[in-house]
Design a protein around this ligand. Structure first.
Ligand code: 4F9
Length: 255
């Protein structure tokens, strides 16, 4: 798949595409990313891309025409028979969740516009933007970090990127419930008192008991921190009888 990113700050994307576990997805071409400098499509003579808002007020608004030229150039370069969606990142968008990430990971890509909240001429959004996505209820200085979040989440779903296929199963699981706690060496910390020992069940070798413990921990944590996710899992029929029993007792399982 291919993502075309329209931004005034293409240099923000460099490090992410060449480092870390997701690098494999970009280097192998499984996820192709092409960066487009919006200023290259600016109005002459000074390549202007923004101007003051009609009606007054602070801040600048990205001009429709440079945006239209940029999207047209991307579409021509892609040469798709079926157009891919144009995505704008905005706190007013739909929440980006793992289900949405999965849809992008299975798709042909998208055109990602990195703009500012309250900073795009609405006529461009009305005419060209297919989807607005939010990465949370806070205001950033632009859409670059949300775009990186989407690219990262999509890249790590590509076959071979995480190495272990079981990690993906965990993904679809943790998209529904929060993840359980994890432990590694040493078994007991020299100092630290309570919580210094690894939960004994993890050392038991009883795989069914370990799986049940992890599920119960995930449930307990999710009830405590994100009851909305538990309600949704229940509504979608993703909880089993043992899950409901754990929830009914409402006590975090003993370590
Ligand atoms: C976009 C914030 C998506 C959260 C875009 C300023 C944004 C954002 N989610 N903030 N421009």
């Amino acid at each position: 798949m291919r993502f075309d990113v329209i931004t005034l700050f293409p240099e923000l994307f460099g490090p992410h595409l060449v480092h870390g576990v997701t690098r494999r997805a970009f280097e192998s071409g499984q996820v192709e990313v092409k960066l487009w400098q919006l200023r290259d499509f600016g109005d002459p003579p000074h390549a202007r891309v923004d101007d003051r808002p009609y009606g007054g007020g602070p801040g600048m608004v990205l001009l429709v025409e440079p945006l239209l030229r940029a999207v047209a150039a991307v579409r021509a370069d892609r040469g798709d028979a079926e157009p891919v969606p144009v995505v704008n990142f905005s706190p007013a968008g739909q929440p980006l969740d793992q289900a949405r990430v999965g849809e992008f990971a299975a798709g042909r890509g998208a055109i990602l516009l990195c703009a500012r909240y309250e900073g795009v001429d609405q006529r461009f959004i009305d005419a060209q933007v297919d989807l607005e996505l939010s990465v949370g209820d806070y205001v950033l200085s632009g859409g670059e970090i949300p775009a990186l979040a989407l690219l990262d989440a999509v890249a790590r779903l590509q076959p071979g990127v995480l190495g272990d296929a079981r990690s993906h199963q965990q993904d679809s699981f943790s998209a529904v419930l929060l993840d359980c706690p994890h432990y590694s060496r040493p078994e007991v910390l020299a100092e630290g008192g309570e919580g210094a020992a690894v939960p004994p069940v993890l050392l038991s070798g009883n795989h069914a008991a370990i799986e049940r413990w992890r599920r119960d921990q995930a449930l307990a944590l999710t009830v405590e921190r994100r009851p909305d996710l538990v309600a949704r899992a229940e509504a979608e029929g993703r909880l089993g009888a043992l899950d409901r029993a754990t929830l009914a007792s409402r006590k975090p399982p003993k370590l």
